[in-house]
Write a protein that binds this ligand. Sequence first.
Ligand code: ATP
Ligand code: MG
Length: 425
Amino acid sequence: MTFEKLSDKQKQVFRWPYTDDYKAIICDGAVRSGKTVCMVTSFILWAMKVFDHACFGVCGKTVASAERNLIQPVQTIADLTAYFKVTYSLKTHMLTVKAAERENYFFVFGGKDESSYQLVQGITLSGVLLDEVALMPKSFVNQVLARTLSVEKAKYWFNCNPEGPSHWFYKEWVSQPEKKNALHIHFLMSDNPTLTENMIRQAEAQFEGVFYQRYILGLWVVAEGLIYTMYEEALAEPPEGKADEYALSIDYGTHNPFALLLWGRYGKVWYLVSEYYYSGRDEGKLKTDSDYGEELDRFVDDQLSRYATEDEPYEPPRLDVFIDPSAASFIALLLRKDRYHVIPADNSVLEGIRNTQTAMRRGLIKLSKRCKATIQELQGYSWDSKSQEDKPIKINDHAMDSMRYFVQTKRLARVRRDHSPMFFM
Ligand SMILES: Nc1ncnc2c1ncn2[C@@H]1O[C@H](COP(=O)(O)OP(=O)(O)OP(=O)(O)O)[C@@H](O)[C@H]1O
Ligand SMILES: [Mg+2]
């Protein structure tokens, strides 16, 4: 790639290191707004202009993500490769950049990789670039910055997407750049000159609520209020007749509610067709695993046998069951039954919520009004705004977890946040 055009904010990223005005730069804001590519290019140009035989730190959330987001693009950016010989060693995680009379070394570290902590300890760095810094622990970032203290001209380069306002990086850097002698530039997608209006609209449609505010508007905002603000748009009854396929999702509970959801796919859309919801605590009677196992079979047979005809008598289908991965004993029981294909669910809460929001917004899932317990939970399911991190309030969240397991584990609405050639998918 080449930088044929640069936006004004990108130009600033290329200019700032050659004045003595700032020690650091912080580029935060929207996804795909052109922060990373121009920062890493400017970083290498500056290093090559100002230093020789010096070492630098290039950090990502993990070594692998730094290689994907920083090292791979660098090797294809003509504005660098036309002037420098760039070689990367996968073994030592070191990028060597050579010009006629000088060369510099860029070591890749991962904020979440244990081994990076040890490697960072012994080395002197003349500059550091931290890509997606809000995903790194503060201890790692401080350790990396400390490695530059003996180099007077060293500079810090940070970029990230926003998180909540109580995040350490926001409190210490973003909210008080003057105190840190940092230049703060806030990016929006309109600051990436390669995005068309259509691409921006497509990206905007991927996010909802707090994630829209953060990843599209680039704001450091608290997650608060209702999580599925758009659920009413997703209410719809499934078409008449049998679905193309069925699947189940389960959030398991004995005292807490047991939330079983039956999903039916009609064409491209997965409908929540029916639910079974039982709260041992509210009903004053706990059910055992084998009770639940029997009720599960009965529920499925009830729901699906209605489509039997004389020509096609009912036979219990073998169904995928996406289940709470911690429900070990019930999973063992389901495995013995041999009529279910058990899939322990991906329990990534935030990513799961984000993808479920997107699935609703894009019409990939629809919810039948007959599922009263699910709808009741949707009406109250909220972010815990008092919490330091993003998390939902953990009450009346059983059908919500069950729904999230289904969407997240089936990868219905995944948004790629890495730098794959595909824009969004
Ligand atoms: N001036 C430019 N010229 C050519 N391509 C560009 C330019 N600016 C950005 N791009 C391209 O746009 C895409 C997004 O840019 P980049 O990865 O730098 O965004 P980002 O702000 O770091 O996004 P994220 O927050 O998702 O990490 C990349 O494919 C990049 O190569
Ligand atoms: Mg980036």
